[in-house]
Design a protein around this ligand. Sequence first.
Ligand code: HEC
Length: 153
Amino acid sequence: MKPASSLSLFMLLLCGAALADDDDDVTYRKDIRPLWEQKCMACHGEGAPYLAEFDENKDKYKELNRGPRMDTYANLVAFVGWPDSGALMRRLDDGSNTKDGKPGNMYRNLGADELERQKNLALFKAWVGEKGWVLKHFDELTRKELGRMRVAE
Ligand code: HEC
């Protein structure tokens, strides 16, 4: 085979691999939404207040066990990239990336036992992107880090 044609064959194979990978990608609709309904919706569903209202009446909502509303793709992504950058990662992390080495306080909601929690954390991580799993607030976040957050719909 001539170098040129083996190169284009190689390119084709690469594209094929990339497409196949795409099918396996974790998406909101396929993976995160069902998990969210199971594990998060009771407290973050449509009965929950939007973040601004939640912040204004935090004590009241905490008492009611209501967190801020995350009931759509856009409403959830707001806790990943912006404006509440990194909130999802800070709360769900198992302690591997937190400053104090303790799990975020939503980690326990990921499952009934450690095995289930780890499995579901892995799913959230794959959705955000292993490299995009950054726990920083917006003012500390670099554009590069922001760009690594994938959150496919
Ligand atoms: C039993 C109720 C309950 C469940 C279930 C629950 N949460 Fe929460 N969540 C809360 C409450 C209450 C708060 C606000 C109090 C606090 O900050 O800890 C909160 C806060 C949060 C925050 C921080 C929001 C902010 O102000 O920045 C995130 C992110 C979050 N939850 C994500 C999740 C995810 C993802 C799940 C599902 C895996 C989940 N929570 C399951 C009750 C719950």
